[in-house]
Ligand binder design. Sequence first.
Ligand code: NDP
Length: 322
Amino acid sequence: MKAIRVKTLGGPEVLTLEDIPDPKPGPGEAVVKLEAAGLNYIDVYYRTGLYKAQLPITLGVEGGGVVTEVGPNVAEVKAGDRVAYSGVLGSYAQFAAVPAARLVKLPEGLDGKAGAAAMLQGMTAHYLSHATYPLKPGDWCLVHAAAGGVGLLLCQMAKMRGARVIGTVSTEAKAKLAREAGADEVILYTTQDFEAEVKRITGGAGVPVVYDSVGKTTFDKSLNCLAPRGVMALYGQSSGPVPPLDPAILNQKGSLFLTRPSLVHHTATREELLQRSGEVLGWIKAGKLKLRIDLTLPLAQAADAHRQLEGRQTTGKVLLIP
Ligand code: NDP
């Protein structure tokens, strides 16, 4: 089969299309014929070495498709089931062997592309808005990179919970998309001081939660946007990692809470995986949550997809088609 492999760490140019053997399902595994692989910022971290993996690897941690074969001791799925998953390396390929316990059956009407677009970013937006800081009606929240893959879904889920959303974006075109996803206020953080804007919008009170996936360039000012006892949910670092900080800062800025959450710990049990994915996929099927598939490229053009994601050119989901 064809797969995109990483043998050495580096820029998008290290992604190479190779022929490797088709996977065989081991005990507890199912082989999925992938209709699409989802592109995520975490793929950039694996490619550059910010996240560690034993090389060589087949990149990609999200996919959707049809089960072709199951190994021993698999009760969750059977051949022919249309499924999706996230959190297992190896989806930039035609086939993937995946622990069956990580597979979710897709509802009638959703194909593998929708599954590959929904799982990782959708469940991330879900746990941030429902668990990390469960938004309440009337709460303000600050969502950085609001027109990104997670951002657009997080804006929508925040509105579903009755919260008020301040989104940050880098361009007017992205501002329009963030507004369409429900953002009440949008700040162009590349030209405006987002801290001053958040204070103005909230009448000086600040917000009870910041969802920050940008990291290095936004972290310090994000802390200043929080109301006393607010929650700083630092869930990514698309601009680079945040340097170490003195915990006393959290005291000085108002008894703040800082968390660095991960989807893995919010889908650790099969029960939680099914509950979270079930809600996300159910909302998509019902038309309550809109997926924005911005770019669909053949698997062979994975490097181009990475360039666009890192170059801040994408808005919503990027899919690779094997
Ligand atoms: P996005 O579609 O959000 O793409 C990243 C966006 O970040 C860009 O479009 C850009 O939006 C913004 N950005 C700001 N500064 C930079 C910079 N210097 N370089 C590149 N981008 C920048 O990606 P994803 O939706 O895939 O992921 C968003 C974030 O969420 C990532 O940091 C990712 O690691 C994190 N994540 C964390 C998870 C978790 O459980 N912890 C799970 C899933 C994702 P703009 O141009 O508007 O500034």
